[in-house]
Ligand binder design. Structure first.
Ligand code: ADP
Ligand code: ADP
Length: 233
């Protein structure tokens, strides 16, 4: 589903991703661990076209992006990839002037050009899936951080993505709200969603991941099944 080959990324002549090779198969949950600044977020952002890669190539859901290709070829590929990829950030990034339901159906209306009467039932179903059926009319400011993040997940799911990318989705939450977001992510994993997750939640990583990828200083230094990874001295 995701194949990364010799990917590198420079910021101001400093290489922050070095020769990254990574594979995420369909329905796999891969958790990226590593110290702050090791390049986890940049890797996710490259896959979604939020950052340009400096070298190498990758493929998401059969759509290839190559650093050596002309920029407009890559731009077209990123556009396609975003249609098949849901991304959830540390900050929830909801539209403050739209209700929960409005946030969830926004991309259905604007990207998929779905008529509103068709989008609303889809949006309601997605809110139900993240446990927020009764909050459809609430504005983000009236929702807890955990609820806002669940709306953000429902919004990402609205495009019916083949892959979900999570960049520290619980790091901005009060501890008591982390569980409700991880619960939704566990549900997605059970449903067979392909997921690449950056998180500091070790219990989630240990229990849900099929594979742990450990990064340090812009490189992948270890890849192992969670039982092997967490058994080490
Ligand atoms: P992580 O997600 O593992 O904490 P990041 O991917 O955020 O790491 O950062 C990797 C490195 O890239 C860090 O040294 C960071 O300072 C640098 N970096 C990230 N984004 C930018 C940017 N827009 N411009 C310059 N340097 C950046
Ligand atoms: P109150 O309970 O204070 O009367 P409501 O929640 O009923 O306020 O909201 C009344 C109207 O105000 C809503 O229909 C909406 O248009 C607007 N509104 C409420 N909350 C927000 C918000 N966070 N951002 C923007 N508009 C809002």
């Amino acid at each position: 589903m995701i194949t990364v080959s010799s990917l590198s990324k420079e910021f101001n002549h400093t290489e922050v991703l070095k020769n990254i090779d990574l594979q995420v198969n369909a329905s796999e949950i891969v958790v990226l661990l590593g110290p702050s600044g090791s390049g986890k977020s940049t890797l996710l952002r490259c896959l979604n076209g939020l950052e340009e890669l400096s070298g190498g190539r990758f493929e998401v859901n059969g759509i290839g992006v190559d650093a050596a290709a002309p920029r407009r070829t890559r731009t077209a590929a990123y556009r396609e990839i975003r249609k098949h990829t849901g991304m959830v950030f540390q900050q929830f990034n909801l539209y403050p002037h739209k209700t929960a339901l409005g946030n969830v159906i926004e991309s259905l209306l604007t990207v998929k050009k779905m008529p509103r009467e068709q989008a609303v039932p889809v949006g309601r179903e997605l809110l139900k899936r993240v446990g927020l059926a009764e909050k459809e009319d609430a504005y983000p400011s009236r929702l807890s951080g955990g609820q806002q993040q669940r709306v953000a997940i429902a919004r990402a799911l609205a495009m019916d993505p083949a892959v979900m990318l999570f960049d520290e989705p619980t790091s901005a939450l009060d501890p008591e709200l982390v569980g409700e977001v991880l619960g939704v992510m566990r549900g997605l994993a059970r449903d067979g969603m392909t997921m690449l997750v950056v998180t500091h939640e070790m219990k989630f990583a240990r229990e849900v991941a099929d594979k742990i990828v450990f990064m340090a200083d812009g490189a992948i230094v270890e890849e192992a099944a969670p039982d092997v990874f967490f058994e080490q001295p």
